[in-house]
Design a protein around this ligand. Sequence first.
Ligand SMILES: *Cc1c(COP(=O)(O)O)cnc(C)c1O
Length: 396
Amino acid sequence: MSNRRTFLQMLSSLPILNGLVGSVQAAPAKRDLLKELGVRPIINGAGVYTMMTGSLMNPESVRAIEAMSHHFVRLDELHDAVGRRIAKLLGCEAAMVPSGAAAGLTLATAACMTGTNAEFILRLPDTTGMKNEVIIQKSHRFPYDHSVRNCGVRLIEVTSAVELERAITPRTAMLLFLNKSEPLGQIKAAEFIQLGKKHAIPTLNDAAADVPPVENLFKYIKMGFDLVVFSGGKGLLGPQSAGLLLGRKDLIQAARLNTVPNSDSLGRGLKVNKEEIVAMWMALEHYLKRDHKKDWRDWEERVRVISSGLASARGVSTERFVPEIANQVPHLRIRWDPSVVKISHAEAMRQLREGEPSIEPVPASYVKDTLEFATWTFQPGEAEAVTRRLREIMKA
Ligand SMILES: *Cc1c(COP(=O)(O)O)cnc(C)c1O
């Protein structure tokens, strides 16, 4: 075995022979796995949605996954080392890689409840003896707050700073903020943080989908949130089942104790493999040095391709827009005059999905009576393909 390996190593170190070997051995036919499965790939014009498998991983993360798959390591040691690198890159006290932003919410909450108390960690989700209330602004309630409630806490809804202070009791474990809902709530981020500090209660900001802009990776920790979560598989172009939990050292340590390798913990199911832990770190490095201006130009160009391609379609109008917060990238909205283009919104969606290629616009649950496209998840040539399909559908 080792002789064989040495022989092969020797062969591959000789460029000429290496070429010869390559030409003699026919490369194994590349399998088309999606075809075998009967699963059609889609053109993702929706954005970084989990139901559409998030984003496409950057090449450095893919290489890291392959490289890490050859080694055993001590999981805690790896977590420590990657956490330190991430914290250094982002200028925060501590960091860890949870299995996504939702997992980060769960572990952050558990951390605020248990601290490093071993008995409490064993006891969860039974919250006896622990702080078990989380305060949130009513307008900040969101589907992912289930990941906080997983820890057995009760969410206490408030609408103003006065109400928030009145709601604080010895049972208050944490104050929860949904970054993208800042415009909807009376209490803005800065005041929310102040209230947390005044009462010595940790604040958690869920900014899962709020990169780009890249500055947001630093902003919320700098503002003073004790904990911040980001999704790894959205704008960061990292692994889908990974994310970033950033913040205070004591709380990150407590979060770590509530998951693997601690088998008797609430977060045992929120495992991240070694490949993805390292790939998340690589994604962050990759993202920080990406040419964000070029990315933006590419996204704008794709918006332009579709809107100019539809300019001559009768009864159809287009509008470029950028959401104020979360998925803060160029989008295109398409409207049509139903007396000229006789197709319903649902039928247009159906034809985009079922046609060739299969195309997903922003989901109908987010948009009514128009079609919307995010262009940052398009691959080269896809804006042109989408334009072609839209013209066919709008003309028919
Ligand atoms: C996407 C999202 C999450 C979940 O992120 P994952 O990395 O998929 O776990 C949590 N919170 C918000 C606001 C999100 O947009």
